[in-house]
Design a protein around this ligand. Structure first.
Ligand code: SF4
Length: 408
């Protein structure tokens, strides 16, 4: 894969050495067992894959290069470039201004932009309507576009499904930038509807099966269907794509469920199912797959708790948390500063959207084991600082340098 110029402040010598060694030993990425960092009284199981993905490194590289190459120019980001507070703060401190928040609420009006300004499109991509607005102002959208190629792949997949006259069902978070962008591209080619989870999919199925009056669809799925959507006609042939960062098992379950619904509705067989249901695989990206598989691989390790590091609005990070919390106490933190002491941790409950404080999160045992991973937009340097802080709570430990030696 292409390598990118990412500010060294986001790198961690320890984690770079570990990743390099693991990659050399497992070029085909078949081994999802964690890396064990044995500090003595504290053992850390570090996921096989975590941290910056292709799309995030690409976006960071383009953004900081754009700042360096354009002194004196006004530089804007459509919204958060990636869902990481440190990276976004660094961009703000370099003079970059944000046009929208991550829910699409305008912070700076488009009308104040001029053709001389630079607008960076984030890794999630953007809607066709926003692209047009920027072009109409005279802004060069292509030159500063950091849309991840794996997101564009989903748009291409939607187009293929649309060409075969299927309606596109998008499994994603309706307000997430990427899902809004994918919805916009899909809706340009075919009727489209977003489902956020299995519960909503079950409700959608009731319209497919005629178990609910069509008129109710428009209020129930408000803001999630394309203009001119006709319930009776547009739910006869469907195909599923998804936001690249959803939970793999959720998307699979939704696609399998909708397939069965179509089989039931139209009395189809395995041979004829294609008449009403597009045969597609999920559109999760490689990083989502690798990171989720690495968590599954890590969960068999005998650990007392898990710490997942990432921005609180990061979809892919929340799914790693979801996997961990099924198995053991899990703390979702945005950085080492959330570890207040060896007794107290401040962490995010993404189900309720609240930050909580938990006491005695570290067991008072002679030997403690912790699973650690991070989301695709979290710098490795942040993970290293979390490890350093935890190690600092114990005495008679090996130093980070001593542990790192095994990976040189
Ligand atoms: S998580 Fe996947 S789709 Fe999103 S930016 Fe990273 S590589 Fe691209």
């Amino acid at each position: 894969m292409k390598s990118f110029d990412v500010p060294v402040v986001y790198r961690s010598p320890l984690i770079s050495a570990i990743k390099k060694k693991r990659k050399e030993e497992d070029r085909m990425k078949k081994d999802f067992s964690p890396t064990v960092l044995d500090f003595g009284p504290l053992k850390i199981y570090l996921a096989r894959h975590f941290g910056f993905c292709y799309g995030v490194e690409n976006a960071i590289d383009i953004a900081f290069r754009t700042i360096d190459e354009n002194p004196g120019k006004r530089i804007f980001l459509l919204s958060e470039m990636i869902h990481n507070p440190q990276v976004n703060a660094d961009l703000r401190n370099s003079g970059v201004q944000f046009l929208q928040d991550n829910k699409g609420t305008q912070i700076i009006p488009f009308e104040t932009l001029t053709a001389d300004d630079i607008v960076l499109i984030p890794a999630f991509g953007t809607t066709l309507a926003i692209e047009k607005k920027l072009r109409d102002i005279g802004i060069q959208v292509e030159e500063y576009n950091t849309t991840c190629p794996f997101v564009e792949k989903v748009w291409n997949r939607s187009e293929v499904i649309a060409q075969k006259a299927y309606t596109i069902v998008i499994h994603g978070k309706p307000s997430h930038e990427e899902t809004r962008a994918t919805f916009s591209h899909a809706a340009a080619n075919a009727p489209s509807v977003v489902v956020k989870d299995m519960q909503q999919t079950v409700e959608l199925a009731k319209y497919i099966l005629g178990e609910k009056p069509s008129a109710d669809f428009y209020s129930e799925f408000k803001g999630q269907y394309s203009e001119g959507f006709r319930v009776e006609k547009d739910l006869q042939r469907i195909g599923v794509v998804n936001q690249t960062t959803m939970l793999a098992s959720d998307t699979q379950a939704i696609a399998d469920y909708l397939r069965e619904v179509m089989i039931k509705k139209y009395s189809l067989t395995d041979e004829t199912v294609k008449e009403h249901f597009a045969d597609t695989r999920d559109t999760l990206c490689y990083a989502t797959n690798d990171n989720q598989s690495a968590v599954m691989g890590m969960l068999s390790a005998p650990a007392n708790l898990a710490i997942v590091v990432g921005g609180y609005n990061s979809s892919n990070t929340s799914h790693l948390v979801e996997l961990c919390e099924e198995k053991l106490p899990t703390y979702y933190i945005s950085g080492e500063e959330k570890i207040l002491s060896s007794q107290t941790i401040m962490h995010f409950n993404f189900h309720t959207g609240q930050e909580l404080v938990t006491e005695e999160y570290l067991p008072s045992k002679e030997h403690v084991s912790i699973l650690i991973t991070s989301g695709a937009s979290c710098p490795d340097a942040v993970v290293e600082s979390v490890i350093r802080k935890l190690v600092g709570f114990y005495s008679n430990t090996k130093t980070i340098d001593q542990v790192a030696e095994a990976f040189q």
